[in-house]
Design a protein around this ligand. Structure first.
Ligand code: AHR
Length: 509
């Protein structure tokens, strides 16, 4: 059996892992909002103001830190004023990006803010640059966040909300190189400055303005945005125009035309998926390197506000709804991403999985006709990893032979790991990416005494295992036996294609 040693210095603390790396994304796409989060007030499914309460309860257990809305591509054809006021009076529109279906605008600004309040999550509102105006975006900020007397604050009050909301995160368009307006990087960089200028801070609400960034490895795009910030000049100016830049990266095992099945995959497709997922490391490093040239003090944040697996849709479902199943393979894509995110915590300040309910790599799959709800394997990774949120990162040095698997000329780490400490508790995450072989990992824990250890594992025998109504716990965490801690050493056996977390109680540091 392959044995690896994971050396962790418990007293050598790295950067803080922002809780916002565990962020979420909900778009008006397929059954994410309608039928997922929102079933309407008349539904027999228990709801508050139309918001499905079992979905809220499940997500609250993840401590979800923020929720991005209303898109995605939808954001750039969304006109927020259509989504306020009495529901029966709200204008309708066609959701041209996603299924060409009619959108009734019943889920709008007030409903989204109510959802965030129920979840205890910070709102991340994505404004419309592609088909909107500067005034429209500026008015939306005023409507949401302005206290006192003003046209938009009065309109909000007329619609039943007296107090302004707190909105920390504001997106300036989405994928402007594609569905968000087909712009060049140079053109969008100018637009982002212009729009951001008029997204005002009202009262105590300070916006963290987020410029829409690159696809994958389009480093040119990132460079144009950094130039637009004129960062070397503005490092000493806290009022720089936007505070963060995004990029998007999806794990697609095949090609866009034939992405591959979510549940029916062989060993080659499994490993291809892992290699594609691992690539996010190179991409974060690449965008960070460009940003370092203009912003060596790392004042500007990098955000990956769309990530996750993207497979062919579930057979028989609307191709525009992006509904896919979620297996243990997805869970490992998620755990691998988190290890990589933690390693880039100094520059990467937020990440949002696409998407939370019923779309792409979801946490939750629902059926509004039966009322069923299942938690996916990916959900369990978020839950098992939640101790990393806002904790301090610790470096994990994995040593030993056979630490890599060769996949078609690429090198895949056999075990992926990351760790963090928060007070007298440490959390170590371990993913055995080997499809068929177990791996022993000996944690070599230095710098602080470990008084107690416990572990959990997500390890179905079939990597394609997934949860469905009636078998909702086919993939769910169970206790994992850990050996005794002897002189700071502790060994865990990771089953093939498994994800484990080890919690350590430390003597007072
Ligand atoms: O998440 C689905 C879509 O993927 C988003 O709307 C878009 O931003 C991206 O291309």
């Amino acid at each position: 059996m392959t044995t690896l040693r994971a050396v962790i210095d418990l007293d050598v603390e790295g950067p803080q892992i922002s809780k916002h790396l565990y962020g979420h994304f909900a778009e008006h796409l397929g059954r994410c909002i309608y039928g997922g989060f929102y079933v309407g007030e008349d539904s027999e499914i228990p709801n508050e103001g139309g918001i499905r309460l079992d979905v809220v309860e499940a997500l609250r257990a993840l401590n979800i830190p923020n929720l991005r809305w209303p898109g995605g591509c939808f954001a750039d054809e969304y006109h927020w004023m259509d989504g306020i006021g009495p529901k029966e009076d709200r204008p309708r529109m066609v959701n041209t990006h996603w299924g060409d279906v009619e959108e009734n605008n019943h889920f709008g600004t007030h409903e989204f803010m109510a959802l965030c309040e129920l979840l205890g999550a910070d709102p991340y509102v994505n404004g419309n640059v592609g088909s909107g105006t500067v005034k429209e975006m500026s008015d939306w900020v005023e409507y949401l966040t302005r206290d006192g007397d003003s046209p938009m604050a009065r309109l909000r009050r007329e619609n039943g909300r007296e107090e302004p909301w707190n909105v920390p995160f504001w997106g300036i368009g989405n994928e402007p190189w594609g569905c968000g307006g087909s712009m060049s990087a140079e053109h969008y960089a100018e637009e982002a400055r212009r729009y951001a200028t008029y997204c005002r801070n009202h009262g105590d609400n300070t916006l963290y303005r987020i410029a829409a960034g690159a696809s994958n490895d389009d480093y040119h795009w990132t460079e144009q945005l950094m130039k637009a910030l004129n960062c070397l000049g503005c490092q000493h100016d806290p009022k720089n125009i936007f505070q963060a830049i995004t990029f998007h990266y999806y794990t697609v095992p095949g090609e866009w035309k034939e992405k591959g099945s979510a549940t029916d995959f062989d060993a080659d497709e499994y490993y291809a998926t892992m290699v594609k997922a691992q690539r996010v490391d190179e991409l974060i490093a690449g965008h960070s390197a460009v940003m370092d040239c203009y912003d060596p003090r790392k004042k500007v944040g990098l955000i990956l506000d769309e990530w996750g697996t993207w497979f062919d849709v579930e057979p028989g479902t609307n191709p525009g709804f992006l509904y896919q199943q979620n297996t243990m393979r997805d869970a490992l894509v998620a755990s691998l991403h988190f290890d990589i995110f933690h390693g880039h915590a100094e520059r990467l300040v937020m990440a949002n999985i696409a998407q939370t309910v019923n779309v792409l790599q979801a946490m939750i799959l629902t059926d509004e006709s039966t009322g069923d709800l299942v938690l996916t394997p990916t959900y369990h990774v978020f839950e098992m990893n939640k101790g990393h949120q806002d904790a301090t990162s610790l470096a994990v040095h994995l040593l030993g032979e056979d630490g890599e698997i060769e996949v078609d000329g690429a090198r895949l780490r056999r075990v992926s790991s990351s760790a963090s400490v928060s007070g007298d508790t440490a959390l170590v995450s371990l993913s055995n990416l080997h499809l068929t072989e177990p791996t022993d990992v000996t944690l070599d824990l230095r710098g602080r005494a470990v008084t107690e250890a416990a572990a959990r594992v997500l390890a179905p025998s079939d990597p394609a295992a997934h949860n469905v109504p009636g078998q909702a716990s086919a993939v769910s965490p169970r206790e994992l036996e850990v050996g005794p801690v002897v002189d700071g050493h502790l060994t865990v056996t990771l089953p093939p294609h498994s994800f484990a977390t080890v919690s350590l109680e430390l003597s007072a540091g």
